[in-house]
Write a protein that binds this ligand. Structure first.
Ligand SMILES: C[S@@+](CC[C@H](N)C(=O)[O-])C[C@H]1O[C@@H](n2cnc3c(N)ncnc32)[C@H](O)[C@@H]1O
Length: 201
């Protein structure tokens, strides 16, 4: 099912948390779902330790669903994945791939705006939010992570992974600082730019 965000962009002065953002072109989405990518990035191994059956998961910047379909399998029949993207072509391809994999019942695709994820109706309901290779494309990390934070259930977690080729260590640390508005680092993962966040006390 596809829904669209109607929420207006948030106000404020977010320049301090703004990083370089260049949205991945839709046609590159096909390369990102290539089976060859599994040789360097295994989605089950990346997601598996963070997912329990029955979870309600949120995926921001899903693209054509390299992580979405494995995530939908991991949450199982009783779980749900809400997949957001700013590009309709990414979502259309994900929907086709989900139907082919007979996983469409578990996946809700949503088109969001560049400045807002439109999660107002999801407050406190998300067990796991996944942001993989997307935060550096978003106009403001603090705004995005603030919206994700509001959607998290009390025991919810955020899995944040950024691509070292595109994001420097310094920019990654700045992103994590932006998460400091309500989110705290639970642990850093073995990968170079990867972290699990939880609600701050
Ligand atoms: C590099 S791709 C990664 C896709 C997927 N996470 C993966 O690893 O295969 C980044 C995705 O984030 C989406 N994106 C960029 N800016 C966004 C925003 N402000 N809100 C939601 N999605 C966004 C792009 O359209 C693109 O599909």
């Amino acid at each position: 099912m596809r829904t669209e965000s109607t929420r207006a962009p948030t106000d404020g002065d977010p320049w301090t948390t703004r990083v370089h953002h260049h949205v991945c072109p839709w046609w590159l989405g096909y390369a990102l779902v290539s089976p060859l990518r599994r040789l360097v990035e295994n989605p089950e191994r990346t997601l598996g330790p963070h997912v329990q059956p029955g979870m309600r998961a949120l995926e921001v910047g899903c693209g054509m669903g390299f992580f979405t379909l494995p995530l939908a399998r991991l949450v199982g029949e009783r779980g749900r994945v809400i997949s957001l993207d700013v590009q309709p072509r990414m979502l259309a391809a994900l929907e086709r791939r989900a139907r082919r994999a007979v996983l469409e019942e578990r996946i809700e695709t949503r088109m969001c705006g560049a400045e807002s994820l439109g999660l107002a109706g999801d407050d406190g309901t998300i067990d796991l939010a996944v942001l993989i290779h997307v935060l550096h494309e978003m106009p403001d990390a603090a705004t995005a992570l603030g919206e994700v934070r509001a959607a998290l259930a009390p025991a919810g977690r955020v899995l944040l992974i950024e691509p070292p080729g595109h994001v420097s260590r310094a920019d990654f640390e700045r992103q994590i600082q932006a998460a400091g508005v309500g989110l705290a680092v639970e642990r850093r993962l073995d990968r170079r730019l990867a972290v699990v966040l939880r609600l701050a006390a």
